[in-house]
Design a protein. Sequence first.
Length: 432
Amino acid sequence: MLSSARVYRDPVHDIISFKEEGVLGRIVATLVDTREVQRLRSVRQLGLASLVFHGAEHSRFQHSLGVAHLARRMADRLGHTVGEERRMEVVLASLLHDVGHAPFSHVMERVFDFHHETYSHDIVTHPDSEVRRVLASVDKDLPDRVARRIAGGAGDFADAIVSSQLDADRLDYLLRDAHMTGVGVGRYDLERILLLLGHDDEGLTVERGGHESIEGYLVARYHMYRLVYFHRTVRAAEAMLQALFARARALLLDGRDEIAPDHALGRCMRGESVDPVSWAGIGDHHAWSLIERWRTDDDPVLALLADGLLRRRLFKAMERPLDAQGALEQDDQLVERVREALAPNEQYLLRIDDAGDTPYRPYTPGDHHGLAGAIRIRGRDGHIERIEARSPIAAALARAAYRFRRWYVHPSIMSKVQHVAGPDLLAPRAHP
C-alpha cells in the first residue's frame, strides 16, 4: 500500500510538493517513510563541518529531498522527450542516490576505504530492504532500473540529471551547503540555469543566454571547496576522526575485542563484510556513542583523540609548500624524519593530508563520462560547444586545479615535531 503524496517545506527550495504527481508522488512519500531513507536524518550532510560552521547541522535526508525535487524540475524542463518512465527513474534515483552514506558522510569513506554509491546501489536492489520492496510493489523491474540510474548506467541523456557536472545533486548541495554554512559566495542563479536547460542525445545542454549563470555556478563550486569542504579546521577534525578509528582498529588487532560494538559499524571496524540492510541501520549517533565511550578508555591515545573531538581540541594544521620543484619529495623525507623521532603510539598524533580539486573538468577524449560529463552551451544556430570554449572564466577554472598538503599535529607532540622539522613549521602560509 502506497502512502499519500505530501508537501515538504524546505529551507532552500521553499515548497516541495509531490501532491500533483499521481503514482510518483505516492512512491516518493512511501520511500521517505522507509527505514533506509529515514536513517539519513541521522547522517549530517557535511560530516564534521559544524565544528567550524555552526549552522551546518543539515542532514543527508534534507539534501536527498532537494535533489529529487530538482531532478523532477530538470526532467520537466526537458519536456516530453524524457517520457514518464525515465522521469520516474531519475526522480527516484535522485531521492535514493545517497541512501548508502556512512556516518559523517564522506569522512568514513576515507576511514574504511569504500564508496557509498556501492551501498546505495545494493540497498536499492537488496531483497530485504524496505526501499526495494516499495519499488518492486510498483514494478518488479523498477529496483534494477533505479539502481542503474544511480550508477549512471542506463546509457541515455537522462543519466546526466543524476550524475554529471551539472546534475541535480551538485545543484542542490552547493546551494544548501552555502545556505547552512552562511557562505554567500556559494550561491548561484539556479532559476536561470533551469530555465535554459536542454538536451540532445549526448546529455544536458544550456542555451546561450545561460552561460553566465553556468560561470556563476562553477565559481560558486570553486569557492565552496576552498572555503568549506577543504577548510583547514574542518579537515583537521576529519584527520582526527581518521586517526581515532585507526587507533581503535589497531587495538582490535591486539585483542581488544570490546572496542568494537556488535553492530554494523563494529563489524566494519573488524574488517568484516556488512550487508546493505544492516549498513542502513547506523547513523552519526552510533559513531558519537563510541567516541564518548572511548574518551575514558585505558588506552591514552584513544582517550586523547576521542576527548579532543568531543571538546573540539583538534589537530593544528600546518600548510606545506608545494610550489617549488621537488617540494613534495623533500616534504616526504621530512615527514619520515619526524616519524622516526616519534614513539609508536605518537604516530597517530601526526596526519598528512594531500588533497585538491579541479573546479571544472573539461571534456577529453577517452573520458569514461563522455560528453555527458561536460557542460555544453547551445548557440542560436543550434551549434553546441563546451562551456570552456565559450567562456574565458570556465576555461580558467578548467586550468585552476589546485593541490595542497597539510600536516595535522596534535599539540601534545608539537615541540617534538618542531625540534625535527625546524621552527619554520609554524610560519603562516597561503592556504585554500
